[in-house]
Design a protein around this ligand. Structure first.
Ligand code: FES
Ligand SMILES: [Fe+2]
Length: 397
């Protein structure tokens, strides 16, 4: 069956339908992004991250409050996070010549070796709104004059199920663990890969799939034009969803006789749901096992790198349940899921980047029916992105 937009191949014309998405090479500005995990930032610690070209230092006050300020010292521009120094509560001191900033206001409170300096209290570094939820620290990054940021929940996936057993960020009994790593490749290639119903071939020879004797489909075939559902919560998050659990939407493809290939394994996989949300968050329910949710955040660093957050979420209330989750995380979810299995995806994304970076890939791709959901995502993102990050580099156009 050919879907209505099967002419989406050949590309320049189609790319214009979501032009703002093509423009978002540095990412969408004015959104909440995860910066790091909560346990990375100790009281009076400083962790440096880069999001859409913004260098940001995350620190923690004595009472536990997280703060985010520019990670560039006003004086000579070094990164404050290069050598963390927080001598007093709620301050960050630059390790080089001692400019000391208030972590809440960004004000230059003092200069360690020049306490009577006239510059003191006349300048400040930029601050960023920061919030902590479910073991992650989020920062609102974008235009300096954007005004009051929308609530963090506008950039977090909502519960798309009535099943209360499905873990979600705002659940009281949520527990999370995960990894973040800097990867080569534009953030959009990473985001699209997770949603892409035809990318499953990259996992065909994955060790876990083989070890568990799982019948991983070769692809998921869309059964109708609107198999990819648009998610548009009023005053809330926006995204798209592929419900592989609905046979009227998607059916797994297990073999292709033309090339004599069959999915290996005899254990049927449980169909799951995949949704992709602005500004670049994947939610995979019932993955890697039923009852667990895997979140992935693709945070733009610059136009050719992204931070890949892989987060496993489950429910645990008692200490025993939390210990069990920790055990499973260390011995299953992280080594086999987040590393072994997801490394197939990392390989694919990094391999795609060259074409998009050097050969104008956005205008030189030949898409097929199976890319319908990727195109749906691009349009949704183009419509709801709140702005664009720009290159901060002096010598770059
Ligand atoms: S560069 Fe930071 S105080 Fe000089
Ligand atoms: Fe994958």
């Amino acid at each position: 069956m050919a879907l209505t937009e099967s002419a989406i191949g050949n590309s320049g014309k189609v790319a214009r339908q979501y032009a703002p998405y093509v423009q978002a090479d540095w990412g969408f500005a004015n959104h909440w992004y995860p910066a790091c995990f909560s346990d990375e930032v100790a009281v009076r610690g400083v962790v440096g991250v880069t999001i859409g070209g913004h260098d940001i230092a995350i620190t923690r006050e004595d009472d536990g409050t997280v703060r985010a300020i520019s990670d560039r010292c006003l004086h000579r521009g070094v990164k404050l996070s290069a050598k963390p120094m927080c001598f007093a509560n709620k301050t960050v001191t630059c390790w080089y010549h001692g400019y000391t900033y208030n972590a809440e206001s960004g004000n230059l409170d003092t200069i360690v070796g020049s306490p009577d300096d006239k510059l003191i209290n006349t300048v400040s570094v930029r601050t960023y709104p920061a919030e902590e939820v479910a073991g992650l620290i989020f920062v609102f990054v974008g235009d300096d004059d954007y005004g009051t940021p929308p609530p963090l929940d506008t950039d977090l996936p909502v519960k798309v199920t009535d099943n209360d057993d499905t873990p979600h960020f705002r659940d009281a009994k949520i527990v999370t663990r995960g990894l973040r790593r800097k990867l080569y490749g534009n953030w959009r290639l990473a985001a699209e890969n997770g949603l892409d119903p035809s990318h499953l071939l990259v996992h065909w020879d994955n060790q876990i799939v083989v070890a568990l004797d799982r019948a991983m489909p070769l692809g998921m075939k869309a059964m109708k034009d609107d198999a990819t559902e648009l998610l548009d919560v009023e005053n809330g998050p926006k995204g798209v969803m592929n419900r592989y659990d609905l046979p009227e939407n998607y059916q797994p493809v297990f073999e292709n006789p033309i090339v004599d290939i069959k999915a290996r394994g005899t254990t049927m996989f449980k169909p799951f749901r995949v949704s992709l949300w602005l500004p670049g968050i994947l939610m995979v329910e019932d993955w890697p096992i039923p009852g667990v949710t895997q979140y992935e955040f693709y945070v733009p660093i610059d136009d050719h790198h992204h931070m890949y957050f892989e987060v496993i979420a489950d429910h645990a209330s008692t200490e025993d349940e939390k210990k069990e989750f920790e055990f499973k995380y260390k011995n299953f979810y992280e080594p086999l899921g987040l590393l072994n299995f997801n490394n197939n995806d990392v390989f694919a994304r990094e391999a795609t980047e060259e074409h998009y970076e050097r050969f104008d890939g956005w205008n030189n791709e030949v898409l097929a029916d199976a890319d319908f959901s990727v195109v749906a995502w691009r349009k949704q993102a183009a419509k709801h992105g709140r702005g664009f990050f720009q290159s901060p580099y002096f010598d770059e156009d």
